[in-house]
Write a protein of this length. Structure first.
Length: 388
């Protein structure tokens, strides 16, 4: 049974709004003291706005009761849905209906999950075929940020929970240049990591399960630029091989307080026999592939290309270290057209490549291996409803 008082300490009014929007409730815009009124068909529900109020847990309990009554569902089910409304959740599910998992294998599974999280956090900062001990502090700290949720009934399911909270919208008016807030960029890091996790899982599934053969080196180079690493392969192989005689399904549930990273399949299945292929791919990445790129996230601030030139100079403003810095890059072909689109529509971009700092302190990426729109994050989100 979920402790409602404990749940009330976690769920915020913004999370309740996101939950109602996702379930087709509509804000009524009626001014109420310390409350918001939402409705669906003939049903109404109130969102309490003051989390510090002594009756906030009781108001949350009333909210759950009202939703359960409208849905004809158990209050326990509604409370479970609300628990992770502001979190990205990665479900590790064994296909066999296991009543127990030996402690040694459970420990391997959780250690694999931790290592997988850290490996992808490293890839969010640097694209490397093998991170080894070169783990930035922010990547190691991510292992403390992410946690394990309560196991669930039915198949043996372990939720790995990455809190993301509420992403503040980037408000852009007219021709105003998008501004990058340092703290917001730091707050975006957990979502970028879970986005890379999803990309990497799909990449490994394609390479190790769908193709059923060891991929050529050029495919491995491309996969590393997309975020794959030997460390992630080793961690996933540990998870896939942990449960006895059981395949592993991995499902993503994206927080309702932000748009999901991208549309597409959010479940990947790994048969236990794929573990060895995944390990072999990891060995190849560690021993035969050499990619060492810095990753920046930001906005295109300027474009410069003569009509007859194939290449154009692009400047991207991004958080580098602890400061917002312009980074000069050179693009050609489709990548330059993507930069034009990102500049005109004020879309965030992801850029990877070797970073160079000149004697004057200017930053540049003379070779860019990846340039694309950053679809891990929404550029703008709907403004929150205002109450009197």
């Amino acid at each position: 049974m979920i402790n409602i008082d404990a749940l009330a300490s976690e769920v915020t009014p913004a999370g309740l709004r996101a939950y109602l929007r996702a379930n087709s409730w509509n804000y009524q815009g009626k001014p109420l003291p310390r409350m918001e009124l939402w409705a669906r068909d003939s049903w109404e529900v109130l969102i309490p706005l003051n989390r510090q109020a002594s009756d906030y847990p009781r108001r949350i309990r009333n909210f759950i009761d009202d939703i359960a009554g409208e849905r004809g569902a158990r209050t326990e089910d509604i409370a479970t849905e609300l628990r992770y409304v502001e979190d990205d959740v990665i479900d590790l599910e064994f296909e066999e209906d296991l009543s127990r998992v030996p402690l040694t294998e459970a420990a391997r599974l959780l250690q694999g999950a931790r290592s997988f999280a850290v490996a992808n956090a490293c890839s969010a900062i640097h694209r490397r075929s093998y991170h080894g001990r070169s783990q930035p502090l922010r990547a190691r700290e991510y292992a403390d940020h992410v946690g394990m949720g309560h196991t669930r009934e039915g198949s043996f399911v372990i939720p790995i929970v990455s809190p993301i909270g509420v992403m503040k919208p980037v408000i852009i008016e007219g021709e105003q240049e998008p501004l990058i807030d340092v703290q917001s960029e730091l707050n975006f890091f957990p979502r970028r990591v879970t986005g890379i996790m999803a990309d990497v899982l799909r990449e490994i599934h394609e390479l190790a399960v769908v193709r059923e053969r060891i991929p050529p080196k050029e495919d491995l180079n491309r996969a590393v630029v997309a975020g794959l690493s030997a460390d992630a392969c080793a961690a996933l192989a540990t998870m896939v091989s942990a449960p006895n005689a059981s395949d592993l399904d991995i499902t993503f549930q994206w927080a309702l307080t932000a748009a999901p990273p991208r549309a597409g399949g959010d479940t990947v299945a790994f048969p236990q026999e794929a573990a060895e292929t995944i390990r072999q791919i990891g060995h190849l990445l560690r021993d035969q592939v050499r990619v060492e790129d810095t990753v920046i996230y930001g906005f295109v601030s300027s474009l410069d290309r003569d009509p007859d030139d194939e290449e154009g100079v692009v400047k991207v403003k991004a958080l580098v270290g602890s400061r917002i810095r312009p980074v000069k890059i050179v693009l050609r072909g489709d990548a330059y057209h993507t930069a034009i689109e990102a500049h005109d529509l004020k879309l965030r971009v992801i850029v990877t490549g070797p970073m160079v700092k000149s004697g004057a302190g200017t930053l540049s990426m003379p070779r860019v291996h990846l340039f694309r729109v950053d679809d891990y994050l929404p550029l703008e989100m709907s403004a929150e409803p205002r109450s009197a």
